[in-house]
Write a protein that binds this ligand. Structure first.
Ligand SMILES: *Cc1c(COP(=O)(O)O)cnc(C)c1O
Length: 396
């Protein structure tokens, strides 16, 4: 891969205190060293195969495609990874990087808890000390994930400052990183944050698109017409999209959470409804007030509930390389039920946003067209929540 400046057009960068800049510079240098190093890549490939279970299938959803009567739908099965989503791809990559840097203490932030679980998992695997920062509000909402992290040997620290959610957990984690950088590595969970994180996370998630590209050529003898993925911070989407960047005929569609509707305050559609500003040390489209303070965001999918979005997506949007759309809570739950019944696959409620858009897209296209939808995670974690919402009549 080629080194970059940390800017994607005008987006990205590292808007952080000087002392943190120095720490990030070291991470950047070590990352570029590792990502070009045969030994590192061999070790990464070993764990991807033997521990995560890659490569995972690119599954032709024949029943669903035939029912819709339009384009062929293929699902990239990130839900079959160990721990049930794409997040482990990034966690393994960064943990190996930390190991190479001689750091044995890992810290991370988590909102919904999924990234915390992935991080705790790789720390157990590599025998590393693990501290997860989580807002108090989130520890209550995601009590089961807190217990999972503890089972895996991690220490979960409750953050009570500010709004006691993800944003505050990030701030505390960044402070810890600066104070303890000698033995500590901050393992960030999505393609966001200051440089070099968006680039690192994209590289570790690009395995999704690299495999999918090879697999679709094998299955169809050609490239797909469309790629569809849900966008929270943007890591599963950029992981699928990036390896197709130069394939100009492959259209890319990122699906944001429209929550209760784009005309309400309850959504998290940063690219669709946000404005340019700085959040968590980087420039992107985000949901903010006139003073540039992040506003509360909402989605039924806890993993999509982030006020900013990765800088590379902002760049893809402005240059027209990708298109960004949105799907409501209700539409995503309808899609979750449909995929469960028609294909026997319960998707994560995050991934169900991509499924919802993909279903409509496929139905509008002719049978000779091919769509790849990234099935970023499995839905077991959401079953109880979905049951509750159906009983409350969300689809009525
Ligand atoms: C965390 C998560 C997402 C959203 O994160 P991205 O960085 O946008 O990929 C999507 N799907 C699942 C299953 C997740 O756990």
């Amino acid at each position: 891969m080629e080194k970059n400046t940390g800017y994607f057009g005008k987006f990205g960068g590292a808007f952080v205190p000087e002392i943190l800049k120095v720490v990030l510079k070291v991470v950047e240098e070590e990352f570029y060293k590792c990502i070009l190093d045969e030994e590192f890549l061999k070790e990464l490939a070993y764990y991807q195969k033997q521990y995560v279970g890659r490569e995972n299938p690119l599954y032709y959803a024949e029943k669903l495609s035939e029912k819709l009567g339009g384009a062929k739908i293929y699902l990239k099965r990130e839900d079959l990874n160990h721990t049930g989503s794409h997040k482990i791809n990034n966690a393994i990559g960064q943990a190996l990087l930390a190991k190479k840097m001689g750091k044995n203490r890992i810290i991370a932030e988590t909102g919904a808890g999924q990234h915390g679980v992935a991080t705790a998992t790789v720390c157990a695997l590599f025998g590393m000390d693990c501290t997860i920062y989580m807002g108090e509000v989130d520890t209550k909402r995601q009590a089961l994930n807190v217990f999972r992290m503890e089972l895996l040997g991690a220490k979960v620290v409750t953050v009570t400052t500010g709004t006691a959610t993800l944003k505050d957990a990030v701030d505390v984690a960044l402070n810890d990183f600066v104070e303890n950088e000698k033995d500590t590595y901050y393992l960030l969970g999505s393609a966001v944050g200051p440089h070099p994180y968006p680039t690192m996370v994209r590289e570790f998630q690009s395995i999704i698109g690299i495999e999918a590209r090879r697999q679709i050529i094998q299955a169809e003898g050609r490239l797909p017409d469309y790629l569809v993925a849900c966008v929270g911070g943007g890591s599963n989407a950029i992981g699928l999209f990036h390896p197709f960047f130069n394939d100009k005929d492959v259209k890319m569609i990122g699906v944001e959470p429209a929550g209760k509707g784009l005309d309400t305050q309850e959504h998290a559609a940063s690219l669709t409804k946000g404005s340019v500003g700085i959040i968590h040390g980087f420039k992107c489209y985000n949901i903010q007030d006139e003073k540039g303070e992040p506003l509360p965001v909402y989605s039924v999918a806890a993993g999509l509930d982030y006020p900013g979005v990765g800088p590379e997506h902002c760049y893809y949007k402005d240059t027209g390389r990708a298109k960004y759309v949105s799907v409501t809570d209700k539409e995503s739950i309808t899609a979750l039920l449909e995929l469960s019944r028609v294909e026997g696959i319960i998707p994560a409620i995050e991934s169900a946003h991509a499924i919802a858009y993909g279903i409509n897209l496929a139905a509008s296209l002719t049978k000779d067209k091919v769509i790849i939808i990234n099935l970023s995670g499995r839905g077991d974690k959401d079953a109880a929540h979905v049951k509750e919402m159906l009983e409350e009549g969300i689809l009525a």
